[in-house]
Design a binder for this molecule. Structure first.
Ligand SMILES: Cc1ncc(COP(=O)(O)O)c(C=O)c1O
Length: 502
């Protein structure tokens, strides 16, 4: 951003704020608001302190203290000796932020598809701290074992692992087929397994291989924004179906145009945590058969569950080959690994393998070889056993902290598995404003309303990740969060809004 425009923006906000506060506090508030509202987008260079101090008629030391405070709070980052920038790690989820990150002039130079992707951006750039959802504690991962396995497979003799691969690393697929048979009641051969660079790529492959532009997809609402964005980017029309206590609610026959694809997360619906009932599963499979539709089963976190029962996969329950199973190592290993896999029905195996090779050019064989050994030698099992215990403790601490204070104000449908707890508000509340306020306190809070595609289904609440933070941090952040929510609700009641039933 141009330096004089930036100075003008700051001057205008500062003048407003300084009617209420002293210079240092007013400057701090002005800059923070400009950043949170997206008027100063990520990466913008701030004017040098000497220049800005003289423009605003404040002392340079006052301005330096404000910059330092914002640096510590994470709003700004230093570019070594050459100035200060608005942090590049601010989440696109901050309302207003993604809008400003893609100003209309920039969107115009993109394709219609490209600008739709930019406008719908929902992925968070902040991936650590309270309460980033979906993040495992990467500090618990046995990197020394992983390093040893990588080093072993990177040896000179293993030249074949350094080339393009075709069809992924065979031993990994064999290990996975055994693992899925034992843990997910799935009967599949290694030939049916494809290794991909994360779930998004796997979903993209399904969309490209099975759908044409304008085909219909049924999705859960609320649902996984990542899948929604990938499918929409493929030109598919999404019909968002409400989720009830049995999972995705399916339209009666004839009530809705038939889909080509149905995307569901039956073991633990994302983000509500609802487990799809047996009757809903049967109904879904029958409908898929009747419509000749494919079902993608996103089984993203079934390995991290806090009960002893195996919730069978839809893939294993289907009598006809309609289901494509999607698994990922982002939660069980670490997200930066970018390894996921698809298990496809036998009749799709060859075409999907060709599609994978043609579209994405497969590789990452060294990681795949290390992963095969990591699973085969029992390291993954040991790691999962350890983290389950730790995450369970963190989940209980968070539940206690939230429910002991907020009691009747919130309700959760999740918590049986996974790395986050979803909370629905029992009274309406502006969860976007709450998330903005929490970010000012250094806490990331994903508003539940953001997970809905259909306004008529939308409910407010919050999605709280707990796995990647220690218990004292959970307790402190939850105390701050509860304090803010209590104050907001008191304020709402004082303003005379009757608590509605939802
Ligand atoms: C519902 C859901 N599915 C899948 C994934 C995994 O995505 P990936 O394998 O691309 O990391 C996530 C990650 O957050 C998720 O929340």
């Amino acid at each position: 951003m141009d330096k004089s425009l930036c100075t003008e923006l700051i001057r205008e906000r500062f003048e407003n704020e300084s009617k209420r506060s002293r210079a240092q506090a007013a400057l701090h508030l002005a800059l923070r608001r400009l950043i949170l509202d997206g008027d100063l987008p990520s990466g913008s260079a701030l004017p040098p302190t000497r220049h800005l101090a003289s423009e605003l008629a404040v002392s340079r030391s006052t301005l330096v203290r404000v910059y330092e405070q914002l640096l510590v709070e994470g709003y700004l980052q230093s570019r070594g000796g050459s100035g200060t920038l608005v942090s590049e790690a601010l989440p696109a989820a901050v309302p207003g932020h993604s809008r400003q990150a893609f100003p209309p002039a920039q969107v115009k130079s993109l394709s219609r598809r490209g600008s739709a992707i930019a406008r719908h951006a929902t992925s968070s750039r902040i991936q650590g701290g309270a309460f980033v959802p979906g993040a495992p504690d990467v500090g618990l991962f046995p990197f020394s074992t992983w390093r040893r396995l990588l080093a072993k497979n990177i040896r000179f003799e293993q030249r074949h692992l350094a080339r393009y691969s075709h069809g992924g690393y065979g031993p990994l697929k064999a290990v996975l087929a055994d693992y899925l048979r034992a843990s997910r009641h799935m009967n599949c051969s290694p030939r049916q397994i494809l290794i991909l660079n994360g779930s998004h790529q796997a979903i993209d492959l399904c969309a490209r291989m099975l759908c044409d532009v304008a085909d219909r997809v049924w999705m859960e609402d609320p649902g996984y924004w990542g899948a929604n964005n990938v499918l929409r980017a493929n030109g598919l029309q999404i019909e968002a179906l409400a989720v009830d206590e049995e999972g995705i609610s399916l339209p009666p026959p004839g009530a809705s145009a038939p889909p080509r694809l149905i995307f569901v997360s039956p073991s633990s619906q994302y983000p509500s945590g609802v487990v799809m009932s047996l009757s809903r599963r049967m109904q879904l499979l029958e409908l898929a058969d009747a419509h000749n539709a494919w079902v993608i089963e996103d089984d993203y976190d079934n390995e991290i569950r806090y009960h002893p029962y195996i919730i069978g996969s839809l893939f294993g329950q289907a009598r006809s080959p309609r289901v494509i199973y999607l698994g990922t190592f982002s939660k069980t290993m670490f997200p930066g690994l970018r390894l996921a896999y698809l298990v496809v029905p036998e009749q799709l195996a060859e075409a999907f393998a060709i599609g994978n090779a043609e579209l994405y050019r497969e590789g990452r064989m060294i990681e795949q070889a290390a992963l095969a050994e990591f699973i085969d030698a029992g390291h993954l099992g040991t790691h999962l056993k350890r983290v389950r215990g730790i995450y369970e403790e963190r989940r209980s601490v968070l539940r206690r902290a939230i429910e002991s204070r907020l009691g009747d104000l919130v309700r959760t449908t999740g918590g049986l598995a996974g790395l986050h707890l979803p909370y629905f508000f029992n009274q309406p509340g502006d969860d976007l404003a709450l998330s903005r306020e929490m970010l000012e306190a250094g806490i990331v809070l994903r508003p539940l309303s953001m997970y809905y595609a259909e306004p008529a289904h939308r409910r407010s609440g919050m999605v709280l990740g707990f796995a990647a933070i220690d218990t004292p941090t959970i307790e402190a952040a939850a105390a701050t969060l509860c304090g803010v929510i209590e104050r907001r609700w008191r304020h709402q009641q004082d303003a005379g809004q009757a608590p509605p039933a939802r």
